[in-house]
Design a protein around this ligand. Structure first.
Ligand SMILES: *Cc1c(COP(=O)(O)O)cnc(C)c1O
Length: 429
């Protein structure tokens, strides 16, 4: 499989080159040259396939022959070693829980898959690859955890000071070994901008192989398509058309869902649910893409002003605005609405949703389901990751799971930076 740059001014690359480079030299995102639908029999017999088999068949064409079948299956069974249950909320709505991995956020799958691919590609190489990643919260922990101890790879994580939750900060600053956390005086967009600048700075890249572990990296982005197929497998017997509502920030997860749809997955509609960072919502209303600086919210992993994957979504719909709008809607909700939704879900069903999941729930309600449709909102993080706001809103306490307990008492270590120059000094030292 070849990948091309969406800016169309860089050479095509293979999967391994796309993974190692992250972003194309013309600053474009890599995109697969073609997406071949899976055979009908795959969806007809899906109940008989286990998660690793589903994942293997779905991802194989994107990896091509660059990882041998046995290795790829081993990577997938390692990556998918936990559950992805759809939990019923009421008769018409369920939630796909994506938080059963080691850092309790959905990014675990993409981060672990990418780490193992990069480890495989770099195993005979003497020069370390440096993974440089900006996080609005959950990416950092998932990437740190996924790459911890992977030979030949150093990880540098940039996070906005004071704008991630305590648990998120613990998860990305306490691991040590090949993981370094840089605490940036700024917002997420500043972190993302610094990372993008570093990739193009030849005074760094002449000395160091840099790559990204944000959802711009194809190995982080594509495995997220598994979730939508896993949900379908569980819901097929309902005989209803599925509407997915995806709490969206950089729009990587929902974009992977649309790839699953292109592979033939029966999906009626995609709803992108956002907090007040509503660039895509405004775009769908006006056809005018006008990014704004991000604003801080209680669903902080979605505080993104200029979602990097939206360009991939446009490409998946052949840059045709009308056909995009047929399958894709977007709605925005503020913190008050989010808290009210958390209370509504808790009071009517006893289910504790985190703020991101609650935004997803609101998206389904806004979209309004017909009687033949079943709505699924993605629960992208365990509520414990947003402990203060969840406990305060619901007036209840949450038991701390073992994965989280483990990091809470560890010592944090981060390096403070405030300018791009400081980042560069760190990388070159
Ligand atoms: C990253 C994240 C999102 C947003 O996902 P994108 O792929 O960036 O749209 C939503 N919820 C949580 C909890 C996240 O960590």
């Amino acid at each position: 499989m070849q990948y091309y740059s969406l800016h169309n001014e860089a050479p095509n690359v293979t999967f391994s080159e796309a993974v190692i480079k992250g972003l194309a030299p013309d600053r474009g995102l890599y995109f697969p040259e073609n997406i071949t639908p899976l055979p009908d029999s795959f969806f007809e017999n899906i109940e008989d396939l286990d998660n690793v088999e589903i994942a293997y068949q779905a991802i194989q064409q994107f990896v091509g022959d660059e990882i041998p079948e046995n290795e790829l299956r081993d990577i997938l069974s390692d990556v998918l070693s936990f559950d992805f249950p759809v939990v019923e909320i009421n008769d018409t709505i369920g939630t796909l829980e994506l938080f059963h991995g080691p850092t309790m956020a959905f990014k675990d799958v993409g981060a672990r898959f990418m780490a193992r691919c990069l480890g495989y590609f770099n195993k005979d190489n003497d020069n370390n690859v440096t993974v440089l990643v900006a996080t609005s919260g959950d990416t950092g922990g998932a990437v740190a955890n996924g790459f911890l101890g992977v030979k030949g790879v150093d990880v540098v994580i940039l996070y906005p000071s004071g704008k991630v939750s305590d648990i998120q900060e613990k998860q990305l600053t306490t691991l040590g070994q090949n993981i370094t956390a840089l605490e940036v005086d700024g917002v997420f967009d500043d972190c993302q901008e610094m990372v993008k600048t570093a990739f193009l700075d030849t005074s760094i890249t002449d000395h160091k192989q840099l790559t990204s572990a944000n959802s711009i990296n194809v190995a982080r982005w594509l495995p997220q398509l598994f979730y939508f197929i896993f949900a379908y497998k569980q819901l097929k017997k309902k005989n209803k058309e599925i509407v997915f509502s995806v709490p969206s920030g950089n729009f990587g997860n929902i974009c992977a869902g649309i790839v699953a749809y292109k592979l033939g997955l029966p999906v009626k509609h995609f709803v992108a649910s956002t907090n007040v960072n509503d660039t895509v919502v405004r775009y769908l209303e006006t056809e005018n893409y006008n990014p704004k600086p991000s604003k801080a919210t209680i669903s902080n992993a979605m505080d993104v002003g200029n979602p990097s994957n939206f360009i991939r979504i446009q490409q998946l719909f052949d840059n045709n605005f009308a056909s995009l709008k047929n399958y894709f809607s977007a709605y925005s909700f503020d913190d008050n609405q989010t808290k009210k939704a958390m209370m509504e879900i808790f009071d009517t069903t006893g289910y504790i949703a985190d703020p991101h999941g609650a935004v997803g729930y609101l998206g389904l309600k806004e979209h309004t389901l017909s009687s033949n449709e079943y709505g699924v909102f993605l629960e992208t993080a365990h509520p414990v990751k947003f402990l203060p706001v969840v406990e305060e809103t619901l007036k209840t306490s949450i038991k701390i799971p073992a994965q989280i307990e483990k990091v809470m008492n560890k010592k944090q270590y981060s390096i403070k930076i405030d300018t791009y120059k400081k980042l560069k000094e760190y990388l070159l030292k």
